[in-house]
Design a protein around this ligand. Structure first.
Ligand code: NAP
Ligand code: GLV
Ligand code: GLV
Length: 337
């Protein structure tokens, strides 16, 4: 009998096709997120699950899933999963690094440029007929934004995506400064990037891009005190996780002009609605679209399938998150009757 995998959302077909050869596959086919109580019911007899960032994978879920041996997250970030608890129970956790790095770095740049040059405001101005109504074809002082070329970009979190953002910054002739837990001497020489303590980075940057995972340490890492360190002409771009920024402090910063603008792809709660934030003209908002390209999403589907298939064959999944689990249980579904 094939092991059972439950996929909590429709993912690109290439991944599902790969999985069907090895698993009995069930997909939550509705557009809406799976209600929590339905998920807890669905996992009762599955050997594997494919989860999205919107699903909390915690003790309660594990308690409901006695056969569960592997959780393949359809994302690179895995703050939605209690990894420690999974490891303790011998449950493997995998993610989807690399395949979405370029798409996400491109999107950080999309937000950076759109915010710097006020693209959404300008688009609304044209589309709403306001431009025509005003009757001013071109004015030297209309919609002035921030220069990008030659400026300083500060990248907080200098892993796969942070470095990919930096590579693009080279083409914009920028000075690149970064912060991470550890220094990256190779990348420093390749890109001329300079390590800075967070406070210095915030003081010196014209653009701050957040590319850290959400952890206990990075929760509300960008708070009131730190926003106050930024230049009044600076722009903050968040493609990491909403909770890395204290939104209340950010709204204050944007309203009171401590910073010039923000480009946000992620929010403290998703889906998000906040009239105070949405009424501000100097923000550009997206509904968590970092990896939303055909190529990246197909790459993620393929990698999810590769992880599950490797595990089924008794091999270590290629992008295993919790290596310590190897000490608890061997890969494979063989111990399940
Ligand atoms: P990664 O390669 O693991 O890079 C993470 C970087 O963050 C590393 O440089 C790490 O430092 C640094 N870091 C971790 N904790 C830190 C701290 N307390 N202070 C400073 N730096 C810290 O991960 P990635 O593939 O680039 O992805 C990063 C995150 O982006 C994901 O976890 C996810 O939350 C988010 N993401 C969002 C989207 C989206 O759709 N918006 C898409 C993909 C990913 P060290 O190098 O020193 O370990
Ligand atoms: C998306 O947010 C991811 O972590 O892949
Ligand atoms: C603007 O369109 C210019 O030609 O400078």
């Amino acid at each position: 009998m094939k092991p059972k995998v439950f996929i909590t959302r429709r993912i690109p077909e290439n991944g599902i096709e790969m999985l069907k050869e090895h698993f009995e596959v069930e997909v939550w086919k509705y557009e809406h997120e799976i209600p929590r109580e339905v998920l807890l019911e669905k996992v009762r007899d599955v050997d594997a699950v494919v989860t999205m960032v919107s699903e909390k994978v915690d003790r309660e879920l594990f308690d409901n899933a006695p056969r569960l041996r592997i959780v393949a997250n359809y994302a690179v970030g895995y703050d939605n999963i209690d990894v420690e608890e999974a490891t303790r129970r011998g449950i493997y956790v995998t993610n989807t690094p690399d395949v979405l790095t370029n798409a996400t770095a491109d999107f950080a740049w999309t937000l950076l440029l759109a915010t710097a040059r006020r693209l959404v405001e300008a688009d609304n101005f044209v589309r709403s007929g306001e431009w025509k109504r005003k009757g001013i074809a071109w004015h030297p002082l209309m919609f002035l934004g921030q220069d990008v070329y030659g400026k300083t970009i500060g990248i907080v979190g200098f892993g796969r995506i942070g470095q990919a953002v930096a590579r693009r910054a080279k083409g914009f002739g920028m000075r690149i400064i970064y912060n991470a837990r550890s220094r990256k001497p190779d990348v420093e020489s390749e890109l001329g990037a300079e390590f800075k303590p967070l406070e210095e980075l915030l003081r010196e940057s014209d653009f701050v891009v957040l590319a850290v995972p959400l952890t206990r340490e990075t929760h509300h890492m960008i708070n009131e005190e730190r926003l106050k360190l930024m230049k009044s002409t600076a722009i903050l771009v968040n493609i990491a996780r909403g909770k890395v920024v204290d939104t209340r402090a950010l709204i204050k910063a944007l309203k009171e002009g401590w910073i010039a603008g923000a480009g946000l792809d992620v929010f403290e709660e998703e889906p998000y609605y906040n009239e105070e934030l949405f009424s501000l003209k100097n923000v550009v908002l997206a509904p968590h679209l970092g990896s939303a390209t055909h190529g990246a999403r197909e790459g993620m589907a393929e990698l999810v399938a590769k992880n599950l298939i490797a595990f089924k064959k008794g091999e270590v999944p290629p992008t295993l998150v919790n290596r310590d689990v190897l000490k608890v249980r061997r890969p494979g579904f063989n111990d399940i009757q």
